[in-house]
Design a protein around this ligand. Sequence first.
Ligand code: NAP
Length: 256
Amino acid sequence: MTRLANKSALITGSTSGIGRAIAERFAAEGATVIVSGRRADLGAEVVRGIVAAGGRASFVPADLNAGAAAIEELAATVGTVDILVNNAAYLIGGRATPETPEDVVDAALSTNIKAPYLLTAALAPKMRTGGSGAIVNIGSINALTGMAGTALYSATKAALHAMTAAWAAEFGPHGIRVNTIAPGPTDVEWSTHLRPMLERMVSTVPSGRLAQAAEVAAAAAFLASDEALHIHGATLPVDGGLTAVTAHGALAHTSA
Ligand SMILES: NC(=O)c1ccc[n+]([C@@H]2O[C@H](COP(=O)([O-])OP(=O)(O)OC[C@H]3O[C@@H](n4cnc5c(N)ncnc54)[C@H](OP(=O)(O)O)[C@@H]3O)[C@@H](O)[C@H]2O)c1
């Protein structure tokens, strides 16, 4: 499929995990992809893989926890894009609220709320109107389901979900669609050490397994493509049915 031919896309946090899978999928669908993150070695590796597969990609380094100037620099380097995926996040893991230090609170708010807000503010006005502009926010089922140890992370993801709805109202009339994907527990590099716990958790949900990053990427490609032209402000869970069948508070800890 080449649903993203002639489109350019910035995917934040695409040096690993879900963001990397989105960059690879978008490139395979014909997009010119801008890979971004702090780890330049991994960014270069992602770009090499995409180019070797016949795609187009470049790497732009950015620390989204470094304040407005860093985000402005990223936006200026990138210029104009058709698609923005706000994927990068400060992943806190399970952490009791009384044991969460202020610097972790600041980093989570800065990376997960301030950065996508400022980046969208900088890039959305330059996107093509007429329906081809698209923003995909990578939220989380944690924004939808209460789980012990995730209050801070969940709050930042809920903020991103709320931004999606407000941006759908703000940018939709200009032909820019904004949607959220809410992944459930997804099998990525960092979650390896949590796998036994995650697998116990997902054994109770319809799919009975973790998501693959490529499955989240497939949903992102759909939402970014013109096949989703009439989809604005939606939240698409990619969670094997977890949020549909799990009562609030039933889970002790989650992945991210
Ligand atoms: N895996 C799951 O189970 C799961 C479930 C629900 C939602 N999610 C969401 O999916 C998204 C991707 O997470 P993942 O699981 O794929 O984890 P990951 O592999 O650790 O990816 C996180 C990405 O964010 C980037 N990042 C983190 N802090 C950054 C900063 N200060 N500046 C720039 N980039 C930064 C990292 O790149 P650098 O380190 O190179 O900067 C990395 O590429 C996140 O939004 C996460 O909340 C994941």
